[in-house]
Design a protein around this ligand. Structure first.
Ligand code: PXP
Length: 249
């Protein structure tokens, strides 16, 4: 079954709004775990706008499922990540002015940097994923630089305004996922996924892990983190089963 990675950055965003100690993302991770999260994801940004170094350190000690760290290639963050040793890192592009991660990583233009970085992470036993748009060249180079996973950017699909556009973008994701698997890459997906649009991604893209933040934490404001995670897990389970039945018939 597709696994659920819960991104808890938004809990830290609320805390940083007052530069105080609550709400604590470490507590959020425990509650997400109780709700069935398979992976806890955080993004330690260079500007530290939400997750702080202390969060990463404590999460490393308290997350017993899988800790996935989203990060840029900035040397300071690279050294921190290598020191903390999360189970997995996902390289993402990072811009100061953006509200959230905008596009996918341009692995083609950063081929040399990524090749040597990935080697260093692999030597420490850290799994590496690259957050990319589902473009042929990006996928091919993701393989060449030695990544184990690609995380296909679902943002364009999530933002589609018509059914036709959504269908076309879903097909593009499927083609990207199939090409990645043919090349021997493992496939994750995420960004902009919600309770309403996750179904077709589960059924058709067939990713190993889906990484979801904003929609889950938004629902959690009203129903609590554990329940919000349980509800997303149920949806993923239902759509994974539907896809399995479809493939068998
Ligand atoms: N995957 C990656 C690589 C991301 O950068 C983000 C946002 O931090 C997500 C998934 C989750 O996106 P959302 O908050 O829209 O669910």
């Amino acid at each position: 079954m597709t696994k659920l990675g819960v991104n808890i950055d938004h809990v830290a965003t609320l805390r940083q709004a007052r530069r105080t100690y609550e709400p604590d993302p470490v507590t959020a991770a425990c509650l997400a775990d109780l709700g069935g999260a398979d992976i806890i994801t955080v993004h330690l940004r260079e500007d530290r706008r939400h997750i702080q170094d202390r969060d990463l350190r404590l999460l490393k000690q308290t997350v017993f499922t899988k800790l996935n760290l989203e990060m840029s290639v900035a040397p300071e963050i690279v050294e921190l990540a290598l020191a903390e040793q999360p189970a997995q890192v996902t390289f993402v592009p990072e811009k100061r002015q953006e509200i959230t991660t905008e596009g996918g990583l341009d692995v083609v233009s950063q081929k040399k940097t990524l090749t040597s970085l990935i080697k260093r992470f692999k030597e420490r036993g850290i799994v590496v994923s690259l957050f990319i748009n589902p473009e042929t060249r990006q996928i091919e180079v993701a393989k060449e630089v030695g990544a184990e996973f690609v995380e296909l950017h679902t943002g364009a699909y999530a933002n589609a305004t018509t059914e036709t556009e959504q269908r076309n973008l879903l097909e593009k994701l499927c083609r990207g996922a199939n090409l990645s698997r043919e090349l021997g890459l493992r496939v994750n997906a995420g960004h902009g996924l919600t309770y309403k649009n996750v179904g077709p991604v589960v059924e058709e893209v067939d990713a190993e892990e889906l990484h979801i933040g904003h929609s889950i934490i938004s629902r959690a404001v009203f129903v609590g983190i554990k329940k919000a995670v349980e509800e997303m897990k149920e949806l993923i389970y239902k759509h994974s089963l539907l896809a399995k039945t479809d493939r068998q018939s």
